[in-house]
Each structure stands twice: as C-alpha cells, then as structure tokens.
Design a binder for this molecule. Structure first.
Ligand code: ADP
Ligand code: MG
Length: 323
C-alpha cells in the first residue's frame, strides 16, 4: 500500500505548487470564504494552508487519507457531472505518502478540534486540540523519502513562484473568496473576497493594469464568456497575463490564446501580449475537464467555434471603446 501510494503520488504531486493547488481546491470545496497560504523554502520545507471551511470530523480524518477516499462522489454517474474541484480522492493519500503532514481541523458543531500527524503514509498521532472552525494543513519536507523525485525540483525561488501562480489563478477564479499568500514571512498577495473580479484584478496587479480594462460578456445556448480584457500592453514577452478559466478551472490553450490575440489585431505590436481574464462557462457535455488530474487542459466539443467567438467578442469590444 505504501509503495502504491508513493507511485500514485507521482500522478498528483509533482511539486509544492501541485500540493498547494490540491489543498486550496479542497478548501474551496469545503466552502471556505478565506484561505491563507504560507510557504518557506519554496514550499518544499514548509507549506501551510488555513481555511475557514466546514472542517473534518475527528473520526473521518484517517479515512480522508486513504486512497480513493472522497466525500464528494457517491456513484459513477457523478463522474460525468463533476462540479466540485477535487473528485478522485487521491490528494491527501498522495501528499501524505511523500511528506510530513500535520492537520488541525474543527467543525462548528464540535467544541474541540482534532490534530492529526501522518508522516510518509504512517499515522503518528490523532488527538483533541483547541482550534478555530476550519482546517489547517502543514506540509513539511516534501519528497523527504523520495530523493529521486526531490532532484527534479527547481530552485526554491522558482518553486515559490509556481505556488504564487497557483494562488493567483485561484484568486482570479474565486473573487468571492479572500486569499492571502505569505512567502518567507512577506505578504505577496491579498484579495478582499468581496466578489468583484475587477477589484480582485486591482488587488493582484495594481492600478496600472486595473485602470485599463474593458468588460467582456457574451452568451449563447452552449456557453458564456465573461471577464475583462486589458488595454495596457504587457511588456513581458510571454502569455503569463493571459488567463482562461473554463467552468472555474484555470487552463492553458495555445489555440484559445491565438484566437484572443487575433481579436487584438491592430491593437498590439508584434511580440506583445495582452492582459485578460476570461471565464468560459459551458453547459455539461460541451467541455471535457476530465482529461488529466493535473494537466491544465480541457477538450471542447467545438473548439473552433469558441475561438471564433473569442476573436469577435474581443475585437468588437476594443472597437466599441474606440468610438
Ligand atoms: P477529494 O478532494 O478528491 O475528495 P482529497 O484526497 O483531496 O480527495 O480529500 C479527501 C477528503 O478529505 C475530501 O473528500 C474531504 O472530505 C476531506 N477534506 C480535505 N481537505 C478538506 C478541507 N480543507 N476541509 C474539509 N474537508 C476536507
Ligand atoms: Mg481534493
């Protein structure tokens, strides 16, 4: 079982950023309205996620760390209709197989919380403890027992920047949740969780970008596109400021990016890339999010149509602004 968990961990847990993503998505699924993330040493030495969600009952804790244990799917039918972010029940077992995990959690119906320690898939202790409502995970020494995997990690600063990207993307796709990220004791990102995407953009990127955005909205019977496109040119020569969220999931797509850049035709010079945050919401069946647990990819029923609409929507919005 231990070996199987270690192998399975390779699927879900590639680096600190993937641990952060899985745990934050669990916090979101738990109904949290405030999530704070703290890392030290690139998240390899120390990674903490604290939420104010529903918490976990003491007797459910060991169960939650078993492989394929999830409270989110009741039967196979549900697999075709996945709305919660996590759905495979692999994150906690995988993370605990390759790190030292401390969990403190309390539900609002209990007077006391519980503290659980599990290291390399081996349970160390489970005890009562005073705690606020919600859940804190502390992950220490990621890959301490799989040195081969640890070798594939990059410099601490690079791993830390990947964690930043994860928090940035989740904050953008959840303006209704307050996010805070602390790296080596310094606050690097903070959003209010007031529900406004434009406020969230301001809080993450500052005035420069937030003062120059246009709202986008499109809707037909299959999907809708909402969000903001930037007018200020991003000097950085890559697509890091192009954000797509398909049914709330951050994704990358060269085809969608190209379609959007085409919409900017006449507004950008060569090698310039725009800033945008676009939410593409599809009805069930129009998109397949179940391509791979960690890959930032989706498959559209009709991708060329999505691309065509993106180009048109962006171009007409930019022209409308010129009038
Ligand atoms: P999944 O998210 O696919 O269900 P995980 O391994 O990520 O699987 O989590 C296992 C279970 O642990 C979840 O189904 C949930 O019941 C519980 N859990 C994990 N994190 C939290 C959290 N932050 N708050 C409340 N419950 C949690
Ligand atoms: Mg999960």
């Amino acid at each position: 079982q231990e070996t199987i968990d270690k192998i399975a961990a390779g699927e879900v847990v590639e680096r600190p950023a993937s641990v952060a993503k899985e745990l934050i998505e669990n916090s979101i699924d738990a109904g949290a309205t405030a999530i704070s993330v703290e890392i030290k040493g690139g998240g390899i030495e120390y990674l903490r996620i604290t939420d104010n969600g529903v918490g976990i009952e003491k007797d459910q804790i060991p169960v939650a760390f078993l492989r394929h244990s999830t409270s989110k799917i009741k039967d196979a039918e549900d697999l075709n209709n996945v709305h919660s972010l996590g759905f495979r029940g692999e994150a906690l077992s995988s993370i605990s197989a390759v790190s030292k995990v401390e969990l403190i959690t309390k539900t609002k119906d209990n007077l006391l919380g519980a503290s659980y320690i599990i290291e390399g898939a081996k349970e160390v202790s489970l005890s009562d403890v005073g705690a606020p409502d919600g859940t804190t995970f502390i992950i220490r020494q990621l890959f301490y027992n799989t040195p081969a995997r640890k070798k594939f990690l990059k410099a601490e600063s690079t791993e830390g920047s990947y964690v930043f990207d994860v928090v940035e993307h989740l904050a953008l796709s959840h303006p209704e949740i307050s996010f805070k990220l602390i790296i080596n004791g310094k606050e690097k990102l903070m959003t209010s969780g007031n529900g406004s995407l434009s406020d969230t953009i301001y809080q993450i990127y500052g005035r420069q970008i937030a003062a120059n955005i246009l709202d986008i909205s499109y809707e037909d019977e299959l999907f809708s596109i909402t969000g903001y496109i930037g007018l200020s040119v991003i000097a950085r020569g890559n697509r890091a400021f192009e954000h797509f969220f398909v049914n709330d999931r951050y994704i990358k797509s060269n085809n969608l990016s190209r379609a959007c850049e085409e919409g900017y035709y006449g507004f950008l010079m060569g090698h310039q890339y725009p800033f945008f945050v676009l939410n593409i919401d599809c009805i069930d069946g129009a998109v397949d999010v179940n391509v791979h647990p960690t890959k930032q990819e989706v498959r559209f029923e009709n991708e060329s149509k999505v691309c065509e609409i993106l180009t048109k929507a962006i171009n007409s919005r930019l022209r409308r602004r010129e009038d």
